[in-house]
Design a protein around this ligand. Structure first.
Ligand code: HEM
Length: 500
C-alpha cells in the first residue's frame, strides 16, 4: 500500500457514518460495563455503602462489615456494587486459600490497582512470577540460622536505640510520644537490616519521619482507596490526566522509587555475592532493575507496616488491660529471672503467656484486616454461596475475630488464656485465624515477625509503665493496605521502679 492509498483508507473512517458507528460501539460497551458493575443496586447493604450511611452507626468500615458478617447466617455477605463477596466462614476461607487455590488468584483487577506502588513484587503477582519470588524468599526465611540472625538484629535495635529513646522520653515530665511512629521506625530499621543488610537508622533520636516513610504511607493509603471505589474508571481517568489523588500517588511512588534504587545501588557497591540477606539472593538471580525495585518494596511493606501495626494495637490493648501486662512480667521473671535480660531465642519460646497475648491481640486487631482474591471460574463455596467468575472474594480476619461461633460468647474480650491449655500455648486452626493468611500463600515471615513482636514487647513492658495520653477512645483506623491508628498512639512513658 503506498502512502496515498493508505491515507485514503484511513480517511474513510472519519466519515460521519463510521464516526457514528464507533461512537455507538463505545457507548454500548460502556453501558455493558456499567450493567455488569451493578452500580445502582438498591439492596440495603449497597445503599448503606454508597451513601456512607454505615458511618452513622460505626466508626470504621471494618466494624460495619464485622456487624453484617456476624449477623449473616452463612457468615458471608455481598456488596453487589463492588462485585465483592465477603466471608468470615472458616470453611470458605480454607476452600479459597487451599482447596481451590488455583481458582482464587490475586487476579488482574487487584494487581492493576496496586501496580503503580507494588509493581511485580510478590504481593501483587500470581503464576510464575509469584512462584519464583516465593521460592527464593523461602530458601532464606526457612533457614534455621535465620531466626537467630533476626533475633540479634531485633535485640541490637532494642538495646541501642529503642530503650535509650524511651528512657529519654520517660525522663521528661508529661512528654507525649507517638508509639505508632516509633514502632514504624523500629520495624523499618529491622526489615532493612534483615532483608537488605543495610541500616537506615530511622530510630535515631529526634530524627523527623523520613520523606520516604511518609511517601510509603501515602502510597499505601491511596492505593487502598483505589480498591474502595465502585468503578476503576474514575481513578484511571484521574491517573491519565495526572490530577488529584492520582497525582499525589505518582509523586509518592517517585520518592519511593528513588530510595529503592538507592538501596539496590548501595548493595551493588558493597558487593552482594557473599552476603546472606534476601536482597543479595535476589540480586544474584535477577538483573532487571525495575523488577528488583518491586521486590524491595514488597519486602518493606511485608516487614514494616504489619509489625508496626501489630505492636501498636498490642500496646493499646495492654494499656487497657493492666492485669495481662502484669501477667507477662510475672512470667518473664519466672522464666528469665527477675532483673535478668532475655538471653536466648530458646528462652523466648518458653514464654507461653506472652505468645498467647500476642496472638490474642492480633485476633482482635489483625494487621491485615481483610484480603481479596478474584474468582477465575464460576464456583460454589462450602456454605452454598454461588460465586460468578470475576467476582472479588474477600476473607475478613477482623470480622472473624468477632464471631461467637468461632471464638465463643466472650469473643470480644481480650483474653490470652483462651490460647493456653495447662499453661502451654496451643495454636488455632489457621483457617479460623487467617491473620498470616493460610494455605498455599501463607505469610513467609510469620516466625520472624513473632520473634520481633515478643522481643520488643518484653523489653518495654519490663522497663516502662506506658499509659495512653488520651484514654477511653476506641481505635479509628486510617485507610491503607495494613491497619493503622488514625492520629497514632499517643502515650506517656514512665520508668518502672524496679525495671526488669
Ligand atoms: C505481624 C506481622 C505480619 C503479619 C500479620 C503478616 C501477614 C501476612 C499476610 C496476611 C499475608 C498475605 C498477604 C497477601 O496475600 O496479600 C502475608 C504475606 C507475606 N508475608 Fe507476612 N505478615 C507479617 C510479617 C511479615 C514479615 C516480617 C515478613 C518478612 C519478610 C513477611 C513476609 C511475607 C511475604 C514474603 C508474604 C507473601 C507470601 C506470598 O504471597 O506467597 N511478613 N503476610
Amino acid at each position: 500500500m503506498d502512502l496515498e492509498v493508505e491515507a485514503s483508507w484511513f480517511l474513510q473512517f472519519l466519515h460521519p457514518r463510521y464516526c457514528f458507528l464507533v461512537f455507538s460501539f463505545v457507548i454500548f460497551s460502556l453501558l455493558l460495563y456499567l450493567v455488569r458493575l451493578k452500580p445502582w443496586c438498591n439492596c440495603e447493604i449497597c445503599h448503606d455503602y454508597l451513601t456512607s450511611n454505615w458511618s452513622k452507626q460505626f466508626d470504621n468500615l471494618c466494624d460495619w462489615y464485622a456487624h453484617l458478617l456476624k449477623n449473616s447466617p452463612s457468615k458471608t455477605i455481598h456488596i453487589h456494587v463492588l462485585r465483592n463477596t465477603i466471608t468470615a466462614n472458616p470453611d470458605n476461607v480454607e476452600y479459597i486459600l487451599r482447596t481451590r487455590f488455583e481458582n482464587y488468584p490475586k487476579g488482574k483487577p487487584f494487581s492493576m490497582i496496586l501496580s503503580d506502588f507494588l509493581g511485580r513484587g510478590i504481593f501483587n503477582v500470581d503464576g510464575d512470577l509469584w512462584r519464583f519470588q516465593r521460592k527464593m524468599a523461602n530458601l532464606e526465611l526457612s533457614k534455621s540460622s535465620m531466626v537467630s540472625y533476626a533475633f540479634n538484629i531485633f535485640n541490637c535495635e532494642i538495646k541501642n536505640r529503642l530503650v535509650p529513646l524511651l528512657y529519654l522520653v520517660a525522663g521528661k515530665k508529661d512528654e507525649v510520644l507517638d508509639l505508632q511512629d516509633v514502632f514504624r521506625r523500629f520495624s523499618f530499621d529491622c526489615i532493612c537490616q534483615f532483608s537488605f543488610g543495610l541500616d537506615p537508622s530511622c530510630l535515631e533520636l529526634s530524627l523527623p519521619m523520613s520523606e520516604f516513610a511518609v511517601s510509603f504511607d501515602l502510597a499505601s493509603k491511596l492505593s487502598a482507596e483505589r480498591a474502595m471505589s465502585v468503578s476503576p474508571v474514575l481513578w484511571k481517568i484521574k491517573r491519565k490526566l495526572n490530577i488529584g489523588s492520582e497525582k499525589k500517588l505518582r509523586e509518592a511512588v517517585c520518592v519511593i522509587n528513588i530510595l529503592a534504587q538507592d538501596v539496590i545501588r548501595q548493595k551493588r557497591k558493597l558487593g552482594f555475592s557473599n552476603h546472606k540477606d534476601l536482597l543479595s539472593r535476589f540480586m544474584g538471580a535477577v538483573n532487571d532493575e525495575p523488577y528488583l525495585r518491586d521486590i524491595v518494596i514488597s519486602f518493606l511493606l511485608a516487614g514494616r507496616d504489619t509489625v508496626a501495626s501489630a505492636l501498636t494495637s498490642f500496646f493499646w490493648l495492654l494499656a487497657n488491660h493492666p492485669l495481662v501486662e502484669s501477667e507477662i512480667r510475672l512470667e518473664a521473671d519466672r522464666v528469665i529471672g527477675a532483673n535478668q535480660e532475655l538471653k536466648s531465642f530458646e528462652q523466648l519460646r518458653e514464654l507461653h503467656y506472652l505468645q498467647a497475648a500476642v496472638y490474642e491481640s492480633m485476633r482482635l486487631y489483625p494487621p491485615i484486616q481483610f484480603d481479596s482474591k478474584f474468582c477465575q471460574e464460576d464456583d460454589v463455596l462450602p456454605d452454598g454461596t454461588y460465586v460468578r467468575r470475576g467476582t472479588r472474594v474477600t476473607y475478613h480476619p477482623y470480622a472473624m475475630g468477632r464471631i461467637e461461633e468461632i471464638w465463643g460468647p466472650d469473643c470480644l474480650r481480650f483474653r490470652p488464656e483462651r490460647w493456653l491449655k495447662d499453661g502451654v500455648f496451643i495454636p488455632a486452626n489457621p483457617f479460623k485465624y487467617p491473620v498470616f493468611q493460610a494455605g498455599v500463600r501463607v505469610c513467609l515471615g510469620k516466625e520472624m515477625a513473632l520473634v520481633e513482636l515478643k522481643c520488643l514487647a518484653l523489653s518495654l513492658v519490663r522497663r516502662f509503665q506506658i499509659d495512653l495520653a488520651t484514654p477511653g477512645r476506641t481505635p479509628l483506623f486510617s485507610p491503607g493496605l495494613t491497619s493503622s491508628f488514625r492520629g497514632g498512639l499517643p502515650v506517656l512513658v514512665r520508668k518502672r521502679e524496679t525495671p526488669l
